[in-house]
Ligand binder design. Structure first.
Ligand SMILES: Cc1cc2nc3c(=O)[nH]c(=O)nc-3n(C[C@H](O)[C@H](O)[C@H](O)COP(=O)(O)OP(=O)(O)OC[C@H]3O[C@@H](n4cnc5c(N)ncnc54)[C@H](O)[C@@H]3O)c2cc1C
Length: 383
């Protein structure tokens, strides 16, 4: 693998700026939201006001017009402070913002992309169904044309931020093909006010109560025909393209969580004493820290490599899958070791490392499980 990522001063400045922002506007509020189980809308809006929400989108639609290395660095730093917020920004940008930017109509860009790029619109992608997870092409949700409207019927699970979204993009079958060729993307603005759209429940999950993972039923939900994003029957392709970027974002989330777990462990090992010495002086602990540091750095390099290749205009299906898989596996491994280094404290909610371990598991599952991403990588090895 040849790496060309050549970080520039502005990338380092972006990292410093996002870190400063997080210290001031994110970290002081994490515990409150986690304990109260509240979605941090005001933080999302503030991220938008600071220009960190729409990093890769054109300035004419409220984005920063920056590159994917800046995007990856931004998401990494947000995740280092709070994975939930990084996942919200990354998911909205890549799974909703990217298809809108690439394939949306002019008014969709004006109305919807602008909101996503500026953090004023919480956006969600509603794709996974009870019977169609990894096998996404098997989706059953339909959208039928009735006059100048689409009528949507189906059942979705794990729509992140669905219950708090201002815009849901639903993936639905719009023609006779029973595979990926039948799928289209349709925008549903103000979803909770839509007749026929029912938030069945927030799925209780390992990430905790602040995470919004919605199960949604669509029963004769009607939206205007112009809410179709791009061409009819091309939705699956659009999502796959978005996932090339999304997996850079998820890789960056993995790096950020791993870095946070490592930082906490490094500090803890320096201050916690047993047998009259800091535990970092035991080789059993210091070697763990060495391995964790190596893994975090390798995950970061792979993620920045994927971002840089994208910045060079290359297709990054393999590179992004590698970054996502490696970085989220690293996050899981590093967070698990972080809990071990903290001993009983690590197992308690008094320290953040147990949260890092919980959220790392989710990252290994979403945006293609790491098994599915390994299939994506292996499919490209002989090309
Ligand atoms: C925290 C979180 C957030 C999510 N956010 C969203 C969201 O915003 N929008 C959305 O639409 N979905 C979302 N999802 C859903 C996610 O995309 C799916 O969970 C994922 O695609 C896997 O589908 P599944 O859970 O049905 O597992 P299944 O597909 O049933 O897989 C079960 C197991 O079988 C393995 N497996 C399946 N097929 C293969 C194969 N061919 N080869 C080898 N192993 C295989 C999987 O890797 C997994 O280990 C989210 C999930 C989580 C956990």
């Amino acid at each position: 693998m040849i790496t060309h990522f050549n970080l520039e001063d502005r990338h380092r400045e972006q990292r410093a700026a996002v870190r400063e922002f997080c210290e001031e506007h994110v970290e002081p509020h994490v515990e409150t939201h986690e304990q109260n189980g509240t979605f941090p809308r005001e933080i999302v809006e503030r991220i938008g006001e600071s220009g960190f929400h729409g990093v890769p989108f054109p300035t004419e639609y409220g984005g920063a017009g920056d590159d994917y290395r800046s995007f990856a660095i931004t998401i990494e730093e947000l995740a280092r402070s709070w994975k939930l917020i990084a996942g919200t920004v990354s998911g909205a940008s890549c799974l909703v913002g990217y298809p809108l930017a690439q394939f949306g109509s002019e008014w969709q860009k004006d109305e919807w992309l602008r909101g996503v790029a500026t953090g004023q619109t919480v956006a969600a992608l509603s794709m996974t169904e009870p019977e169609a997870g990894s096998d996404a092409g098997d989706m059953r949700t339909t959208a039928e044309k009735d006059g100048d409207e689409w009528v949507i019927n189906g059942h979705k699970v794990w729509t992140t931020n669905g219950a708090v979204a201002d815009l849901i993009v639903v993936v639905a079958r719009t023609n006779e093909h029973d595979d990926y060729r039948g799928l289209s993307l349709i925008g549903i603005p103000n979803p909770v006010e839509q007749d026929g759209l029912e938030i069945v429940r927030d799925i209780p999950c390992m990430e905790g109560d602040a995470a919004v993972e919605s199960e949604i039923r669509y029963e004769d939900v009607r939206v205007p025909e112009e809410n179709l994003i791009g061409e009819e029957g091309r939705g699956f392709r659009y999502i796959m393209e978005g996932l090339d970027i999304g997996r850079i974002g998820t890789g960056a989330q993995g790096v950020g969580v791993a870095q946070a777990a490592f930082d906490a462990s490094r500090e803890f090992a320096d201050t916690r004493e047993q047998f009259d010495q800091p535990i970092r002086e035991f080789q059993g602990i210091s070697f763990k820290l060495s391995d964790m540091a190596m893994e975090v750095e390798s995950a970061r390099l792979l993620t920045l490599h994927a971002a840089a290749e994208r910045d060079r205009g290359n297709r990054v299906t393999k590179e992004a899958a590698m970054a996502k898989t490696k970085a989220t596996d690293v996050a899981m491994d590093v967070a698990t070791e972080a809990v071990q280094i903290h001993g009983s404290r690590g197992y308690s909610e008094d320290y953040p490392v147990e949260r890092h371990m919980r959220v790392a598991k989710g990252m290994q599952i979403y945006e293609g499980t790491n098994e599915v991403n390994r299939i994506v990588i292996s499919n490209q090895l002989y090309e």
